[in-house]
Design a protein around this ligand. Structure first.
Ligand code: GLU
Length: 307
């Protein structure tokens, strides 16, 4: 018997929802609701400079407009640093943490091997500093967790088999920044784990975060959730739709299309329904099938809504 699925919306309240966010939220919701599961909402507001309560309340309104309901909202990440402290201490007790004094420019220097996606592999510069050397550094450090030289493998619900070796593809990961703010990877692992999330659905851009989170889940004793990384929505010129595409954020779209039209167009473009017809979130849940969802980028523009 399948355990009752628990899914989540984990938006960053830094602007109106754009279609990419709507798409990921819709798939997360339809998958879980199609099996009678529970949905949790959490505001990911670690970056307090970019996020606001006003955007958070607009996000709740946007979810309601779309018909994407949830059973509970867990506290926003900005209020949970004491909880994260406990997990941070656990990593320290395991002997896996060390302070890193590298500056941004050192990290981006030519010495660090860069990957094709522009990220770099941390070369372990501060891994084995002596106590004297650490004491001589007169600035607050970031904290990194040592990663094992081991392949992480999982079968993504959309992208299929995926594997990543954190040691060779990422290097030791920062879990707390020099200013004391915990990073997304730690916060999301703790929050999903504590909320009992069994299924993480989000944009394809976060695919390589899954092995990072799987590693932390293992250290914290949380089971691994299932992962579904949905394709990115692209503008006709191939750019990723983002918060800059103002005409495709919900604040604008709500003026001239219904929620059912937005959902119908997204579901049709993604291969989930055969015709571009208006459909409610509930109707989509009743026909939802992971096998139909396209894995490749989806091109969308305002014309898709008959504008
Ligand atoms: N907060 C992230 C975003 O808004 C999503 C993180 C996640 O789903 O793990 O893009």
């Amino acid at each position: 018997m399948e355990i009752r699925p628990v899914g989540r919306f984990a938006p960053t309240p830094s602007g109106r929802m754009h279609l990419g966010n709507v798409f990921a939220a819709l798939i997360a919701w339809a998958s879980v609701r199609s099996r009678g599961g529970e949905m949790v909402l959490r505001m990911e507001d670690l970056d307090t400079q970019r996020t606001s309560l006003e955007y958070a309340s607009q996000l709740r309104g946007d979810l309601a407009w779309l018909g994407l309901d949830y059973d509970r909202e867990t506290p926003p990440q900005s209020q949970r640093s004491e909880v994260y402290d406990r997990y941070f201490e656990r990593l320290k007790e395991l002997g896996l943490l060390y302070p890193c004094y590298c500056t941004r420019s050192q990290l981006h220097s030519v010495n660090a091997p860069h990957l094709s996606d522009g990220t770099y592999v941390y070369p372990g510069t501060c891994r084995d500093l002596s106590e004297e050397m650490r004491a001589a550094m007169n600035r607050p450090p970031a904290w990194r967790v040592r990663v094992p030289d081991r392949q992480w493998e999982f079968c993504d619900l959309v992208q299929g088999e995926y594997r990543l070796n954190l040691a060779t593809d990422c290097g030791d990961m920062v879990v707390r920044r020099a200013d004391g703010v915990y990073v997304y990877q730690l916060a999301v692992t703790v929050d999903d784990g504590e909320a009992g999330v069994t299924e993480v659905v989000r944009g394809m851009d976060l695919l390589s975060s899954a092995p990072r989170q799987m590693y932390l889940q293992e250290l914290f004793g949380f089971p691994h959730p299932a992962y579904g990384h949905v394709p990115m929505l692209l503008a006709p010129d191939g750019r990723r739709l983002s918060k800059r595409d103002r005409d495709l954020d919900l604040g604008q779209l709500q003026k001239w299309v219904s929620a059912q039209e937005v959902i119908g167009t997204l579901a049709y473009s993604a291969g989930l329904i055969d015709q571009n017809t208006a459909i409610s979130a509930k109707e989509l849940a009743s026909v939802f099938d992971w096998k139909k969802l396209k894995g490749d980028a989806i091109f969308l523009d305002a014309a898709a809504f008959g504008r």
